[in-house]
Design a binder for this molecule. Structure first.
Ligand SMILES: Nc1ncnc2c1ncn2[C@@H]1O[C@H](COP(=O)(O)OP(=O)(O)OP(=O)(O)O)[C@@H](O)[C@H]1O
Length: 263
């Protein structure tokens, strides 16, 4: 698998802060991976993903996307096209006066032909169930619909990597399920998915889990391996997923229950 994003000994400190937000991070993300990043509040998740498409520059160390350093302004446009980001605060991502205009905006900017624009918009609106809304004013959409609009605007650009920054936080159960379906479909087409979430239940969908604590990577590996170590979650201010907690309770008390029942 080809590396798409690589961080080598990356440190980051915001100008207004004395503390380091990120401390010596090393991570390589390969094409087609589905990575979920979790961590407590203020652990550095958003800072990390903002480095991955050049929105932030490291204070020390190196970040590259497909071999291009994010600090090189000559590559920034190409990097932003390769790495699409759906933000948590979708209001800031809305630029068009209608849903249709908003979805097309990025494609106009890079000079895509009109019939191709039509095709790409149709292909993303349908699975997101947004086709009927294409003439609506974005500011009158519900929170979840705005989130879907932001996702549509990124998907039409056909990026190689999509970063979802707590993008399901406003969605109801049905829309969250649609979103997972969409992510699974994108992943099956070899799109690299990076998902940041505060919901530990989400980790069961990915193939690689990264846990951040106080600006350092505390775990990087298969999610099931992490759930076998409940103290890891505790040390990082998190709870393991519900299913893992039940499994551990059954393992601890199950024999005693069986002994009681069989008495
Ligand atoms: N623009 C900024 N200026 C100064 N400090 C910042 C800025 N953005 C983040 N920080 C600080 O950097 C640290 C990491 O923040 P970050 O937003 O990356 O954490 P997070 O894991 O995404 O948190 P949350 O889950 O609460 O969104 C925190 O201490 C935060 O206060």
């Amino acid at each position: 698998m080809n590396p798409v994003i690589s961080l080598k000994d990356v440190w980051l400190k915001y100008n207004s802060r004395r503390e380091w937000a990120l401390r010596g991070l090393n991570i390589t993300i390969h094409q087609g991976e589905w990575i979920t990043i979790i961590g407590g509040n203020g652990s550095g998740k958003s800072t990390l993903i903002r480095l991955m498409n050049g929105l932030l520059q490291p204070s020390a160390g190196e970040v590259t996307v497909c071999g291009m350093p994010v600090g090189d302004p000559n590559h920034l446009m190409e990097i932003r096209q390769k790495v699409g980001m759906v933000f948590q605060n979708v209001e800031n991502q809305i630029v068009g006066l209608t849903v249709e205009e908003d979805t097309r905006f990025g494609l106009y900017n890079i000079g895509i032909a009109m019939d191709e624009i039509e095709n790409r918009c149709r292909d993303v609106w349908e699975p997101l169930e947004m086709t009927d809304k294409k003439n609506d004013l974005p500011h009158y959409l519900s929170g979840g619909e705005k989130q879907k609009l932001a996702i549509a605007g990124i998907l039409v650009m056909q990026p190689e990597v999509i970063i979802f920054d707590e993008s399901a936080s406003m969605l109801d159960a049905k829309c969250t399920e649609q979103m997972h379906k969409l992510m699974t479909e994108l992943h099956s087409k070899n799109c690299t998915i990076i998902q940041v979430t505060n919901d530990v239940e989400e980790i069961l969908h990915c193939s690689r889990l990264v846990i951040i604590h106080k600006g350092s990577i505390r775990f990087d590996g298969p999610p099931l391996e992490a759930t076998r170590n409940p103290s890891l979650f505790k040390q990082c201010g998190l709870l393991p997923p519900f299913s893992a907690r039940i499994r551990d309770i059954v393992a601890e008390y199950g024999k005693r229950w069986l002994d009681l029942v069989s008495m």
